[in-house]
Design a protein around this ligand. Structure first.
Ligand code: AMP
Length: 477
């Protein structure tokens, strides 16, 4: 199938051809006609599937076709609102809007927290057609009455599952209350949890349903490998791999912000340019790090899962899990950064004995075993015992009951199958409501149990624009 048969207008096709796209991706082939028809849409698609063009192109076309009446203040009305969970994703989506809309007259703007309000107010005053925003800053503007959303005709919730994971449900509800009841609503989500379905029921009117293969079924292009290694040798192994293989663009994942910082310091001391990208960094530092990484000036970008969400880098050759995520779905998101849009990639995980249980959960999710390869000179110490992993206020992993901060709740499922490493994880009940639907993790989980109920650590909205720490819980299936 070619783009030309999807009913898109010439200025959009020209921009698409300039990008070098010859064929629509499956989500584009289905979403573009559905959105052009004017109906609501619920689409299951992850980053890397081409979903952004899937909603942006038809959205542009629908707006191009009509000349809007000015608002009471004589301004161009905002006719499309795209909500995203993170600043990075907002910036990238708006860049796509500009790329695909370059031969139209439509004006767009990105809006997120962590930067001054005034330039955003000035831009709003000039008039825009399409607003791409994170929920918190959007509500700040709404509160200050610097934003009028009463003319929105099309609403897109991008990565809706992530927004809910990050505790944005209250903010989303507040935003919905600012929009006209009659509009076209498009909801994109990688997973369909009960919460997403509830949101969809509330928001969507007889939506078209589209689901494309999840990346964990389409990751053939990604070569996955595990390097077993001792806990304390990971930093040196990473340095060794980067230097001996002469890698020049490596995205490295850590679980926590301070781990990202420490790793960067180590790499820089070894003569490898590296920067960390996480929620504690200023927006300008994050934007610069990403730009330098994309341009090739920065060899290593170290990211936490939240910061990396929505990072869109074409043909990223190497992704390294310096630490495995305790949420298996995050592994799929992480490795989805490589081998994208048809180019091959390599995803390497440095795994110490503490993380064996995470590896098991990941392999269960992706339904395949990841080949192990010990790197000569970095053989793991066979006597090393699993230790609990402390993640902020909670302790996870095998042996979580042995130590860690006072606040931790017992990790689930003592692990008789965990090879006799340590005394197991206490096997207590969970207060997070996931045990009831924990299918797919039957037995021997030993994963995180948060200190409070699900979502208890969240800020509960309020519109600061800064997402709270992500819950360690994966979305419900
Ligand atoms: P997305 O899922 O929207 O984050 O897009 C993933 C990547 O695929 C982006 O880098 C796009 O530039 C690229 N892409 C989108 N549509 C196509 C297409 N039809 N052909 C090739 N690459 C595409």
């Amino acid at each position: 199938m070619s783009f030309d048969t999807l009913g898109l207008a010439e200025p959009l096709l020209r921009a698409v051809h300039e990008q070098g796209y010859t064929q629509p991706t499956p989500i584009q082939a289905q979403a573009i006609p559905a959105v052009l028809s004017g109906g609501d849409l619920m689409a299951g698609a992850q980053t890397g599937t081409g979903k952004t063009a899937g909603f942006t192109l038809p959205l542009l076309q629908r707006l191009m076709g009509a000349t809007p009446a000015p608002t009471a203040k004589g301004r161009l009305p905002i006719r499309a609102l795209i909500l995203t969970p993170t600043r990075e994703l907002a910036a990238q989506v708006e860049e796509s809007v500009r790329t695909y809309g370059k031969y139209t007259k439509l004006k767009s703007m990105v809006m997120f927290g962590g930067v001054g309000m005034q330039p955003q107010i000035d831009r709003l005053r000039q008039g825009i057609d399409i607003l791409v925003a994170t929920p918190g800053r959007l509500l700040d503007h709404a509160q200050q009455r610097t934003l009028d959303l009463s003319h929105v005709e099309i609403l897109v919730l991008d990565e809706a599952d992530r927004m809910l994971d990050m505790g944005f449900i209250h903010d989303i509800k507040k935003v919905l209350a600012l929009l006209p009841a009659k509009k076209q609503s498009l909801l994109f989500s990688a997973t369909f949890s009960d919460e997403i379905k509830t949101l969809a029921d509330r928001l969507l009117n007889q939506p078209a349903l589209i689901e494309v293969a999840r990346r964990n079924q389409t990751a053939e292009l990604i070569e996955q490998k595990v390097h077993p290694v001792s806990r304390d040798a990971k930093k040196d192994l990473l340095t060794y791999l980067i230097q001996t293989n002469d890698w020049h663009q490596v995205l490295v994942f850590t679980r926590m912000k301070h781990g990202a910082n420490r790793l960067c310091e180590h790499l820089v001391k070894s003569g490898i340019t590296a920067m960390a990208i996480h929620g504690n960094k200023s927006q300008s530092a994050r934007t610069k790090a990403l730009a330098d990484f994309k341009s090739g000036d920065l060899r290593v970008l170290v990211a936490t899962d939240i910061a990396a969400r929505g990072i869109d880098i074409d043909q990223l050759p190497h992704v390294v899990n310096f630490e495995l995520p305790n949420v298996p779905e995050d592994y799929v998101h992480r490795i989805g950064r490589t081998g994208r849009a048809g180019s091959p990639g390599e995803a390497i995980s440095l795994v110490c004995v503490d993380e064996d249980i995470f590896l098991r959960d990941i392999e269960k999710l992706i339904k395949r075993s990841i080949p192990r390869a010990v790197v000569p000179g970095f053989e793991p110490n066979p006597n090393e015992r699993a230790e609990p992993i402390v993640l902020g206020r909670m302790t996870i992993g095998v042996g979580a009951s042995r130590g860690g901060p006072r606040h931790h709740a017992p990790a689930r499922g003592a692990a008789p199958s965990s090879g006799g490493r340590g005394p197991g994880a206490g096997g207590g009940g969970r207060g997070d409501g996931r045990s009831a639907n924990g299918g797919g993790h039957g037995g021997g989980g030993g994963r995180a149990a948060p200190a409070g109920p699900r979502g208890g650590a969240r800020s509960g909205g309020g519109g600061s624009g800064r997402p709270p720490a992500k819950s360690a819980l994966p979305p419900k299936r």
